[in-house]
Ligand binder design. Sequence first.
Ligand SMILES: *Cc1c(COP(=O)(O)O)cnc(C)c1O
Length: 417
Amino acid sequence: MNEVASQVEAPAGVNLPIYMDNQATSPLDPRVLEAMMPYLTSKFGNAASRNHSFGWEAEKAVDTAREQVAKLIGATAKEIVFTSGATESDNLAIKGIAEMYRERGNHIVTQVTEHKAVLDTCKRLEKYGYRVTYLPVKADGVIDLEDLKRAIDEKTILVTIMAANNEIGVLQPIREIGWLCHEKGVLFHSDAVQAIGKAPFHVIDDYVDVASISAHKIYGPKGVGALYVRRRNPRVQIAAQIDGGGHERGMRSGTLNVPGIVGLGKACEIALAEMDTEAAYLRGLRDRLEARIEADLDFVHVNGSMEHRLPGNLNMSFLYVEGESLLMGINDVAVSSGSACTSATLEPSYVLKALGLGDDVAHSSIRFGLGRFNTEAEVDYVAARVVSIVRHLRELSPLYEMVKEGIDLTKVEWQAH
Ligand SMILES: *Cc1c(COP(=O)(O)O)cnc(C)c1O
């Protein structure tokens, strides 16, 4: 296979391997690193130290970052709680609200393609006597608002629906969901990790009460994130899940990760300034990748809505090829597949299955996650590599031959052996 693969030469200026998995994590922007450096070296103070300049300096940097994060999502600085990342933010939001509003009700509504940080948190709450409704999605990956309306009852305390999906990039109708929750007096949490800085997301305009953010999906460092907690109309209360020194207005104790927070703030500032031009750039790259692949291959299928989608995401299934062979064939391109996604298991992605895809189609899928640092030359190289490998694998596929000959595979009676 490597022989076939090497038929496509990387042009000058394209360095291998190519990183095209920006929904898994993104490279640190050099401007973010530069902002962080002083806080990893000379400015090492504890932001909670009130008695000397080292502490004041750190506190000032954290205050600036709080403003930067708040500004990106239309919040105020006091509404930002720093955490260790979005997994913690999702846990804090859902468990913190469940605990705080237990007297009011025990019902939570979410949907099936949420990140595991949301789904597994909800599952744990079910063990503690909470009731959770997992809304289905339509074939395009978007929830049906009528389903949501029907799911909310007098015991519902929280609706948690992500803004953008990490596998298929599909955007949920956040504003409509927020408005509905607002009307019904139910709190609305959104895992906004993939959306912020890439698609419109504004906590006032979208009626979001609580939102999870992660730095490393927006060119910031790993291990730092934030939770937006609305302070008025309504004032949301969250029960702390980590107790200690009472940092972050008692909602999240622990010495603040000052360099990480500075990095998150800088990443948000850049995202806000460059969002429009960057979205157009990424959409251009993504559409070019799709067009090049579709021009040269038949039986390819885009998973999830193309209309309601992050600009940098393309999730495609290549029918009649095996996902693992495909990934091995393009081993100088870092992408994710619909089968390897949930670690060691060979189960196809639960997100793709929720769209109604069969195991075979889900297994043959690839997620291309384009980012700020990808180039047109890289896109062209990746498209050529994918086309070359898929053609090669299909030459070896009896199924593909049969389909090309016009045989309807659903009508074939397979002989057991
Ligand atoms: C990456 C991701 C998370 C988890 O964020 P971490 O900061 O890595 O813990 C949660 N939700 C979504 C949608 C994500 O993409």
